[in-house]
Design a protein around this ligand. Structure first.
Ligand code: NAX
Length: 328
């Protein structure tokens, strides 16, 4: 059998991980033939709760779960890891300014970037889910100079999946008919889910739906504000769907995207589509042999251009803020 892949997960006692860890251990991430070793990071006060989660992992007797290691020191937990899913982050609490939030997360992601730099395996891939995901990923990336920059991604796959579900419902087709979805920009309310390259059953989605008012006034805000709608309905933020998206992003990054389609991934910009370098922004991407590439050559009309530019401007602002805080 294959040697276990070492998978680090942070925020392991939190609500996303209560789904995520079980999906990874059951084989959803790397398939039914690949054992995994889980290496779980939490803050000290949450270690006891994490022990309870590990008891439940034990009680599943997952055939693919070779071992579980837990701790509160990233230098120990990240030792030799091949995949790192950084889910744990500092949420915004009452009265916290945006700069306080960036600073609190900066402390987490500078330390974790350095620990990955010093201890992770040479082939490590790092996916940041914890918010503000794109900027946290940038901080980790910039604090890990020995790891190639393109090994740091942030999660916009949940936004992508939400957009696929909304457009499938509108068109009255199964989600499997919807392909070539792209979410551009930041994982925030400025994100731009683009229907002008999306296809439904192989036909252009915007043309097929033929309802610009629906796109602007219903589709975009529904996808952009879906996180808030979940909180409103459920009383807590999306967890199982965020775990699912985290698994799907990492799975596609390792095993490849489906032939003839692409997915949305937040990756370090190389200047494609006029998105300035030095930020981590969402693009349409394909993956072959474990390496992603940004899909090239899509035509961007004025409507899409303005939406992409607005979200990119927000990322640039966040980048400037963490630069002036000395975090990168
Ligand atoms: P929870 O508050 O349930 O869990 C977070 C866990 O992280 C806690 O157990 C906490 O102790 C731990 N933690 C905090 N600092 C840590 C550190 N330095 N090292 C290790 N662990 C640490 O949040 P949950 O609902 O699981 O959400 C986790 C993060 O995902 C949040 O930042 C959230 O905003 C973000 N999300 C991102 C999404 C995306 O699409 N990119 C969507 C879902 C979610 O909102």
């Amino acid at each position: 059998t294959n040697a276990p892949v070492k998978v680090a997960v942070t925020g392991a006692a939190g609500q996303i991980c209560y789904s995520l860890l079980f999906r990874i251990a059951s084989g959803s991430l790397l398939g039914p033939d690949q054992p995994v070793e889980l290496r779980l990071l939490e803050i000290t006060p949450a270690l006891k709760a994490l022990e309870g989660v590990v008891m439940e992992l034990d009680d599943c007797a997952f055939p693919l779960l070779s071992s579980v290691h837990i701790g509160d020191d990233p230098n120990d937990v990240f030792e030799g890891v091949n995949l790192a899913m950084l889910v744990g982050a500092r949420p915004r609490s009452k009265g916290m300014e945006r700069s306080d939030l960036l600073e609190a997360n900066g402390a987490i992601f500078t330390a974790q970037g350095k620990a990955l730099n010093d201890h992770a395996a040479d082939d490590v891939k790092v996916l940041i889910t914890g918010n503000p995901a794109n900027t946290n990923a940038l901080i980790a990336m910039r604090n890990a100079p020995d790891i190639p920059a393109e090994r740091f991604n942030a999660l916009t796959r949940l936004d992508h999946n939400r957009a696929v579900a909304q457009v499938a419902a509108k068109a009255g087709v199964p989600v499997t008919e919807v392909t070539h979805m792209t979410v551009w920009g930041n994982h925030s309310a400025t994100q731009y889910p683009d229907l002008f390259h999306t296809e439904i059953g192989g036909r252009n989605a915007a043309e097929l739906i033929d309802d610009q008012a629906w796109i602007e006034n219903e589709f975009l805000p529904t996808v952009q504000k879906r996180g808030a709608a979940i909180i409103e309905a459920r009383g807590s933020s999306s967890a199982a769907s965020a775990a699912n998206a985290t698994v799907e992003h990492m799975r596609d990054w390792v095993l490849g995207t489906p032939e003839g389609d692409w997915v949305s991934m937040s990756v370090p910009s190389d200047g494609s589509y006029g998105v300035q370098e030095g930020i981590i922004s969402s693009f349409p991407c394909t993956v072959t042999d474990g390496e992603y590439s940004i899909v090239q050559g899509l035509e961007i009309d004025d409507f899409s251009r303005a939406k992409i530019d607005a979200s990119v401007a927000e990322l640039v602002e966040e980048r400037d803020a963490v630069t002036s805080l000395g975090l990168i």
